[in-house]
Design a protein around this ligand. Structure first.
Ligand code: PGA
Length: 240
C-alpha cells in the first residue's frame, strides 16, 4: 500500500481527486464506486470543480458502495442523497450512468444480486475510492466481515451508528443494518484509493498500517492489494 501524507485536508483531498481523475481518464468508461460521509466532501467538490470548469462530463459509470437499510434515497443522510447533492445533480449525471442499492427494497437479496450483476456485466470494478470508518470498516464491511463476500447486508456496530447520526438532519432512530459491496469485490477492484483525515482517525490509521493484516480491521486487508494508495492529512497520520 502506497501512503501519501499531505499537510491539510484540502491538499489530501486534491491529491486523491487528481489521482482518481488520472486513473479514470486511462479508461474509456470505467465502473467506479465512491464513498459518502464527511471525508469525501472536498474530494467530491474537486471532482465537481474539474468537470464544471472543463465543461466535460464524467466518463465513468457509478455503482453505489453502500446504503442504510430502511432509509429512502430522498432522505438527507442516505448514501444516495449524498451523491445526488454533491455530484449527480450538479453535474447532470443521469440515472443511466449510476446504480445504487435501494435501502427501501422489499427484497434485499435481490438488491445484492443486482449490484453483483452490474459488476459482472462490466467485467469488474475499475476504481474504488473508500473512506475508513472509526472501526476500520470499508463501505459497511464491519470488523469480522468475510473477506470473500461480493455484497452483504450487515448488522452495523454502535460506533458506525453513532458517527452515522451526524449525516442525518436532527435526531434519528438509526437503521441497524447496512447494504454494501463486500470486501471480496473491493479487494478485487483494479485501483483502490483510501482517504482519511483528522486526529480522530489517527488510531485506526495506525492499526490499518502497522497492525496485523486481517478482517478485524477491514482496511488493513488493503495492504495486500497490488494498487492501493492511502491518502492522509497530517492529523490522520499522527500516530504512524
Ligand atoms: P466519515 O466516514 O468519512 O464520515 O468519517 C468514513 C466511513 O465510515 O467510511
Amino acid at each position: 500500500m502506497k501512503i501519501v501524507v499531505k499537510e491539510s485536508y484540502a491538499d489530501m483531498s486534491w491529491a486523491a481527486a487528481e489521482d482518481f481523475l488520472a486513473i479514470a481518464s486511462s479508461y474509456e468508461r470505467p465502473l467506479v464506486c465512491l464513498p459518502s460521509g464527511h471525508t469525501p466532501i472536498l474530494f467530491c467538490k474537486y471532482l465537481r470543480d474539474h468537470y464544471l470548469s472543463t465543461g466535460t462530463k464524467p466518463n465513468w459509470d457509478f455503482i453505489g458502495l453502500d446504503e442504510w437499510v430502511g432509509v429512502p434515497h430522498s432522505e438527507k443522510g442516505s448514501c444516495r442523497h449524498f451523491f445526488d447533492e454533491h455530484l449527480f445533480i450538479p453535474l447532470g449525471i443521469t440515472e443511466d450512468r449510476f446504480s445504487f442499492f435501494d435501502g427501501m427494497a422489499p427484497d434485499i437479496e435481490m438488491e445484492k444480486r443486482k449490484a453483483e450483476e452490474i459488476i459482472d456485466s462490466h467485467g469488474g470494478l475499475d476504481i474504488a475510492v473508500l473512506g475508513i470508518g472509526a472501526n476500520g470498516h470499508l463501505g459497511f464491511n464491519e470488523p469480522g466481515s468475510d473477506p470473500t463476500l461480493r455484497t452483504q447486508v450487515i448488522e452495523l456496530e454502535a460506533i458506525t451508528l453513532h458517527s452515522g447520526q451526524s449525516y442525518f438532519l436532527g435526531p434519528k432512530d438509526m437503521p441497524t443494518k447496512g447494504l454494501t459491496l463486500g470486501l471480496g469485490t473491493l479487494l478485487s477492484t483494479s485501483h483502490v484509493l483510501l482517504i482519511a483525515n483528522g486526529k480522530h482517525k489517527a488510531d485506526i490509521i495506525a492499526k490499518t498500517v502497522n497492525g496485523p493484516v486481517g478482517n478485524d480491521i477491514p482496511a488493513s486487508l488493503m495492504r495486500e492489494h497490488p494498487a492501493c494508495t492511502l491518502y492522509l492529512d497530517r492529523d490522520a497520520s499522527g500516530k504512524l
